[in-house]
Design a protein around this ligand. Structure first.
Ligand SMILES: [Zn+2]
Length: 442
């Protein structure tokens, strides 16, 4: 099977170049083909005049909820939402039921994804207070790394003993990705909020309970432990201005991720969006959001993930104590970041570094994340045009809603190609057989 994409602006490796791209049997074979030398016997020709071709997005942080929480989401539904958003690879987090903290649970996820996921996949292994012995038995060619909850969130996987943390940081040879929020501080804040506002404080108090201090304190500890033990550390979802000071631009040993919620929303949005934007760590001030947008440009943030974490709207009732934390975001992550390109925060080439090259590089993904000859043909065609408005009805995630309802985008995902197969085009899911297990460090 050969596909020729003609007259397209290819964005990869720090360059943006109008050219023609040839895909054969799932791989890019020519990513800068001369007009004169185009093959005539291809199976499929796409004239992509006016489109940009980016590497398929690698989302290093999703919660697809399977197994165990499939009333909220599953790999079939969420991988379709990914495809519609231009995401061709996801790394799923271990707070499912059962938790992905044993080798058996990890294998179960690979088996589900092999039949159900329409995009490429892999899974973080979850650290607990006492499973560091298993790290040596994990295959570094199959998984991106270890996920560590240094702070309680959905599906309590909290690791809080200092001794356990030292053991995890000193034992891990793969990257350790942390959720950093100090649980003792948050518990104290919650007790105080309940005393002042009753058993279920209004969601506007969420950033005071899951406070900036709790994030800063815990991220500081993670960075300190990584320095001490020479661990490859990737801190998930940085949400405050102060935490950004803990990272050096373009330091490949200690890296940070920003996620869509903190880049798109601010505390002012609690008034209109309520618990739809309740997530952990909490969405903080407009000032924090601005600092994060600066940091994706200057290199202190290396990766943009989604923290796609769907819940049914029924789970979103109530306030700080009762409403679930997390929101879907994978279908609109690329369009959201293209909006930040239009606003002048980042260039298109920087977007590609943050969403494709860097997750590939940091986790050692084999032959994906770039538009290069010999690499797997994962790519997405995007076009800027007449603005369109997001509605809950467009959402392919099982939960059927998005915090971006009513938002206008001027960019669209026209087509998503995964391993050379078109998985999304003309507003619809196409091939559903393309997804593969991602390989690492080869
Ligand atoms: Zn998460």
């Amino acid at each position: 099977m050969t596909t020729l994409i003609k007259n397209v602006t290819v964005v990869s490796d720090g360059k943006s170049l109008k050219t023609n791209v040839l895909i054969e049997d799932g791989f890019f074979v020519n990513v800068d083909a001369d007009n004169e030398a185009l093959p005539s016997d291809v199976d499929e020709t796409l004239d992509a005049e006016g489109c940009f071709l980016l590497p398929g997005i690698i989302d290093d942080h999703v919660h697809f909820r399977q197994p165990g929480l499939t009333q909220k989401a599953d790999m079939a539904s969420e991988s379709r939402a990914a495809a519609a958003g231009g995401v061709t690879t996801f790394f799923d987090m271990p707070n499912t039921v059962p938790q992905t903290t044993s080798l058996e649970a990890l294998e179960e996820k690979f088996a589900i994804a092999a039949t159900d996921s329409i995009v490429n996949y892999s899974f973080f292994f979850g650290a607990t207070n006492d499973n560091a012995d298993l790290f040596a038995r994990l295959d570094p060619h199959r998984i991106p790394g270890i996920k560590l909850f240094m702070g309680a969130s959905t599906g309590n996987m909290l690791v809080d003993r200092r001794q356990s943390l030292d053991r995890i940081f000193s034992t891990a040879t793969m990257p350790v990705m942390t959720h950093c929020e100090d649980t003792a501080m948050m518990n104290a804040n919650m007790a105080e909020a309940k005393r002042l506002y009753g058993d279920d404080p209004d969601v506007t108090h969420h950033p005071d309970i899951r406070s900036r201090e709790a994030c800063i304190e815990c991220t500081r500890l993670a960075v300190e432990l990584a320095r001490q033990h020479h661990t490859r550390l990737h801190v998930a979802h940085i949400s405050t201005k102060e935490e950004l000071q803990l990272f050096e631009p373009h330091d490949d040993n200690i890296t940070a991720e920003a996620v869509i919620a903190h880049l798109m929303f601010s505390a002012e949005d609690y008034i209109t969006k309520g618990t739809r934007i309740k997530c952990n760590p909490a969405v903080k001030t407009a000032d924090d959001r601005e600092a994060l947008r600066q940091a994706i440009a200057d290199g202190r943030i290396s990766v943009i993930g989604t923290d796609h974490a769907p819940h049914l709207l029924a789970d979103k009732h109530g306030g700080c104590a009762k409403a679930a934390s997390g929101m879907p975001s994978i279908q609109y992550s690329l369009c959201s970041m293209l909006e930040l390109v239009d606003k002048g925060y980042i260039s298109m080439t920087r977007l590609v570094e943050l969403m494709c090259h860097n997750p590939a590089r940091i986790f050692g993904v084999s032959r994906r994340g770039y538009i290069r000859p010999g690499y797997k043909a994962d790519c997405v065609l995007v076009r800027k045009g007449t603005p369109w408005t997001v509605t809950d009805g467009d959402v392919l995630s099982k939960c059927g809603w998005t915090p971006l309802t009513g938002h206008q985008f001027s960019w669209r995902v026209e087509r998503t190609i995964c391993n050379g197969k078109t998985i999304y085009a003309d507003g619809k899911i196409q091939d559903t057989t393309a997804g593969e297990a991602v390989r690492f460090r080869e």
